[in-house]
Design a protein around this ligand. Structure first.
Ligand code: HEM
Length: 466
């Protein structure tokens, strides 16, 4: 097959492999950035590799970001790349199980809950959840805390409290939390490869999705029956806004599925980010001290509010630097639906192949970030915000050019809508940790084998109360 591929004119060079169908799955799956670096040395910025029967064409660097993230809707499809993974977990009719214009509108509906006004209300609740977590988790006072686990729990508690409301949050203190865990087990790379095997955890995933969706639907019904639609959380906002521009309304089931998808989109990404910044700070008592001083200077003993976070550059730059070194999604993929000419090259990617973009690789390059392997939040100071052209795909304005080397939230029509929320949630978590603890630890290596790039276990930290 490799020979036949090489005979076709205008194909990107194919990375040699030895096991048919499997191709380069092992080196790519275990160490994607090392794999890309080796390929770049051999083939340059554009190359293709076989991944479990799929041919992936990679374009490294900012030109690749532009090529893939701003590709035309007619030429590439995210839903054809992701739906087999996401639809069984989120449910039907939303995200990648609907036409792209509907996804753009669903993102717009969700953004109604992600405004400054709402963030002001969310912060005290997030803080309360974090403090409650500290006081109800004995490992913070004796022994050590498994940080990837604590941050996954803290993320789900804080996000559920503010986006799904008090009722759903209370349910998480009961068996309901197990359902999220069952859903999660259906959202792993193995599902990406074999979405339809009769595995026991797929049955559990399907049951969990049905129960979670029914719970959300009951709450929606209750609020509607009691005429109790306010502006508390994402559910309230979706109940107000979710009429498509063609006049059709999202059904309650679709709303429930959208809630699952949006919460899941923010869960792993934010949880891994806070785990990584805690681990980096464990190696940097100097930064913990600097953060404590910044926080104290701004708050002067008051409780944290939204505007305070805007006046804490180090807090924000810690998050920014963590997302540079540990972009949670190392690969963003699209399926090619029309032959795609690769700009600045003679290559054409045929219909049916995939394109892969990896901003996380540029994040680690000395070309764009001097001493790129160093955790240095101060590198982001004095950055001028340029006036950039923007474009609106239907869910609000996003930067038109995506040729930046730094794109932790992606770009183009599929760009993340959760960036500001993530900064609010992560900033509040970071401030609350610094106010309560000091800690020391070493940063573990990344583990690339789960859905997001996580610290390799054990990643235990001993916290000392202030
Ligand atoms: C899309 C990263 C948090 C909801 C994306 C994409 C990236 C990303 C890279 C683009 C995916 C692609 O192009 O295929 C992150 C990171 C986060 C984060 C690094 C936190 C540190 C969140 C949160 C939410 C969220 C908190 C929800 C509240 C979404 C949604 C999309 C998205 C709805 C759109 C998917 C699409 O249009 O195809 N995110 N995300 N994300 N994210 Fe996030």
């Amino acid at each position: 097959w490799q020979f036949l591929y090489s005979l076709k004119p205008n194909r990107a060079p194919l990375v040699t492999y030895y096991i048919p169908w499997v191709g380069s799955a092992v080196p790519y799956g275990m160490q994607p950035y090392a794999f890309f670096e080796n390929c770049q040395k051999k083939y340059g910025d554009v190359f293709a590799f076989m991944l479990l029967g799929r041919v992936m064409t990679v374009y490294l660097g900012p030109k690749g970001h532009e090529f893939i993230l701003n590709a035309k809707l007619n030429d590439v499809s995210a839903e054809d790349a992701y739906a087999h993974l996401t639809t069984p977990t989120f449910g039907e009719g939303v995200i990648y199980d609907c036409p792209n214009w509907k996804l753009m509108e669903q993102k717009k509906f969700c953004k109604a809950a992600l405004t400054r006004e709402n963030f002001i209300k969310y912060i005290p609740k997030i803080r309360e959840e974090v403090l409650k977590y500290f006081s109800t988790t004995p490992e913070f006072d004796e022994g050590s805390v498994d940080v990837p686990k604590s941050q996954a729990e803290m993320t789900i508690f804080t996000a559920s409290r503010v986006l799904l409301g008090d009722d759903i949050r209370r349910k998480l203190d009961t068996g309901f939390a197990q359902l999220y865990s069952d859903l999660d087990k259906g959202f792993t790379p193995i599902n990406f490869v074999f979405p339809n095997l009769p595995l026991p955890h797929y049955r559990k995933r399907d049951e969990a999705r049905e129960t979670v969706a029914s719970t959300y639907m009951s709450l929606i019904n209750k609020r509607r029956d009691e005429n109790d639609i306010q502006e508390r959380d994402l559910i309230d906002h979706l109940m107000r806004t979710s009429t498509y521009k063609d006049g059709t309304k999202m059904t309650d089931r679709e709303l429930a599925h959208l809630l699952i998808g949006v919460l899941m989109g923010g869960q792993h990404t934010s949880a891994s980010t806070s785990a990584w910044f805690l681990l980096h700070l464990g190696e940097r008592p100097d930064l913990q001290q600097e953060l404590a001083e910044e926080i104290e200077k701004v708050l002067q003993g008051r409780e944290l509010e939204y505007d305070d976070l805007q006046n804490m550059p180090l807090v924000n730059n810690i998050i920014k630097e963590t997302l540079r070194l540990h972009m949670p999604l190392h690969s963003i993929m699209r399926k090619v639906t029309n032959p795609l000419v690769v700009p600045n090259t003679k290559y054409v990617v045929p219909k049916g192949h995939y394109v892969l973009v990896t901003p996380g690789y540029a994040h680690l390059s000395n070309t764009y970030f001097p001493a790129a392997d160093q955790f240095d939040p101060h590198r982001w100071e004095d950055q001028q915000k340029g006036s950039e052209d923007s474009v609106d795909y239907g869910f609000g304005k996003v930067t038109k050019a995506v040729s930046s080397p730094y794109l932790p939230f992606g770009g183009g029509r599929h760009r993340c809508i959760g960036e500001q929320f993530a900064y609010v949630q992560l900033g509040t978590i970071l401030v609350t940790y610094i106010q309560n603890f000091t800690w020391k630890c070493k940063v573990p290596d990344p583990d690339f084998t789960s859905m997001v790039v996580l610290p390799t276990e054990p990643a235990d930290v001993k916290f000392v109360r202030k």
